[in-house]
Ligand binder design. Structure first.
Ligand code: ADP
Ligand code: MG
Length: 509
């Protein structure tokens, strides 16, 4: 990171945009670079104006105005780096923008570099070519370790605080803290001290709790603790086999064996057939944390922050890795990018670009599992080779799968499935999705409950007879999805009988 920034400075990039919340950490690093490159370091904040980093008392409050500060930089003859905090807020101003553009031209021929430090990225189009954007990484284990050691040194002097650490506990604690900023990490430690007067094994849990908090605050990610596992997924044998084979793929043992870590899956198919269910089940099957990314929320919020949102989501996921990143109904987030549905199609395209590039190139073990009910609205780039390991097509369940689904959901409602004619139920539910099968059982339960008796097979059969499955209404979409999947996707079900559902039977309405 330090090196990357040094290279930009030496190459006389006039404007560098560092994305980070951690002003202090950034400043420390820039100070080190300034020493290395024998440059002066000036800092600007709106509240304090411009000052020399090594002479913080000599504030120049006249220069709190951003335009005045930029003029000063333009006129300066110093061999220097100028750090501007929170400038994303001022960049909106048309004068400031123009000044930055002019400045970027003149800086190329000077020994001056302007470094904008902001938590979010807002770079107006006309400046995008002049700016080098760098995502300031979250602290590495080594930095967290240094912070931790310093804190422990201080706390050791306090009689009222108990410190119980082994090398193993410390290692786990630092690992758990990955993904937090140094300030967030210090805060958790401080909380432990205030609440429990101790730093020990329990602190690990507190750190993890802080991380969940951070995920919640991100607004785009949700931490899931799923209870589902593969026993609750009926059928989809090919998909389950593929996933089961990779259950250990994220272990050190697998890496030592030379296995590449799986990138991810795209599950495509008719709604209600178990895509979301499988995504949740994988997490418990693989014993990995599950993060759900809400693409819609990436785009909400202040204009210009969408890109920062997606970068932040990716960073958090990587910091939690190995983990599973679940993107449900991905087409809803990324569809119609080129159209006027989006208030800002350019932003959508850049967010999408950031995401797909990451999918393709990510090194960290974040397994992405995306689902989609409708590929016709997905940007074709999404489906290109290299993005996902596989695209699986989740079709309507076949006879044998429907029978399995009946058994699962009868079991879930505390019924013994051998008390029911599941074969007959499966036969009559041809064309029903798993969700519709579940619903037929629930309706059957209501009917029996109303009559104050136990549910029997006939109750469910009656409900199946009176229900028009979605596949009938959507027969055309389904057959075109199938035709598409035939060439492009693997079948999630193991083919026992070939296309069991005869869609022709729906066409004579
Ligand atoms: N293959 C299946 N096995 C068991 N239950 C299923 C299956 N498919 C769907 N269901 C039931 O229907 C519900 C909705 O399915 P879901 O996975 O959300 O469908 P989608 O494919 O639209 O994501 C599930 O939570 C589950 O109760
Ligand atoms: Mg779903």
């Amino acid at each position: 990171m330090t090196q990357e920034i040094e290279i930009y400075i030496q190459a006389r990039y006039p404007l560098i945009y560092l994305i980070s919340w951690e002003e202090e950490r950034v400043l420390k690093m820039l100070d080190k670079i300034a020493v290395d490159l024998r440059k002066m370091l000036f800092v600007w904040t709106q509240t304090q104006g411009l000052y020399n980093y090594v002479l913080p008392d000599q504030l120049d409050e006249a220069k709190t105005d951003p335009e005045v500060a930029l003029n000063h930089i333009a006129a300066s003859n110093d061999n220097a780096m100028f750090v501007l905090f929170d400038f994303h807020a001022f960049i909106e101003n048309i004068h400031v923008r123009r000044q930055l553009r002019d400045l970027s031209k003149s800086l190329r021929k000077s020994n001056k570099t302007v470094i904008i430090v902001a938590p979010a990225m807002t770079i107006p189009m006309e400046l995008s070519k002049d700016v080098a954007v760098i995502d300031f990484n979250l602290p590495e284990i080594a930095e967290l370790s240094l912070t931790f050691d310093n804190a422990i040194k201080v706390l050791n002097k306090r009689r009222d605080v108990t410190i119980k650490l082994t090398p193993q506990i410390t290692e786990k604690l630092l690992k758990a803290a990955q993904g937090l900023t140094l300030v967030e990490f210090e805060n958790v430690l401080a909380k432990s001290v205030v609440h429990r007067k101790a730093i020990d094994e329990l602190t690990i849990l507190e750190v993890l709790e802080e991380k969940k908090q951070m995920i919640r605050k991100s607004g785009t990610l949700e931490y899931f603790s799923p209870d589902e596992n593969f026993d609750q997924v009926g059928g989809l044998e090919n998909l389950k086999t593929w996933l089961t084979k990779r259950a250990e793929a994220f272990t050190d043992r697998a890496a030592a064996f030379g296995l590449p870590t799986p990138k991810g899956l795209l599950l495509v198919g008719t709604q209600g057939c178990g895509k979301s269910l499988t995504a949740k089940a994988v997490a418990s099957q693989w014993n990995l944390p599950l993060l759900k990314l809400d693409v819609g929320s990436v785009f909400s919020g202040i204009v210009g922050s969408s890109e920062a949102n997606i970068r932040q989501a990716i960073k958090i996921a990587e910091s939690i890795s190995p983990c599973i990143l679940w993107i449900d109904e991905i087409e809803k987030g990324f569809s119609g990018m080129g159209s006027s549905n989006f208030s800002d199609a350019g932003t959508a395209a850049r967010v999408f670009g950031t995401f797909t590039t990451w999918l393709q190139e990510k090194k960290k073990p974040v397994f992405v599992i995306a689902t989609s009910n409708d590929i016709s609205v997905l940007p074709p780039e999404m489906l290109r080779k290299g993005r996902f390991d596989e695209i699986f097509f989740v079709d309507l369940p076949e006879q044998i799968e429907r029978e399995a689904i009946f058994k699962i959901h009868l079991g879930k409602r505390n019924r013994q499935s051998d008390q029911f004619d599941t074969a007959a139920l499966a036969r009559l539910s041809d064309g029903f999705s798993g969700a519709e099968i579940e619903q037929a059982i629930i309706e059957g339960l209501y009917d029996a409950f109303e009559e104050n008796r136990e549910m029997i097979t006939e109750d469910i059969l009656n409900n199946l007879r009176s229900t028009v499955p979605l596949s009938r209404v959507m027969a055309e979409q389904i057959s075109s999805l199938r035709a598409w999947a035939e060439k492009r996707a693997r079948k999630a079900s193991r083919p026992r009988t070939l296309p069991a559902v005869d869609l022709n039977r729906f066409s004579d309405n």
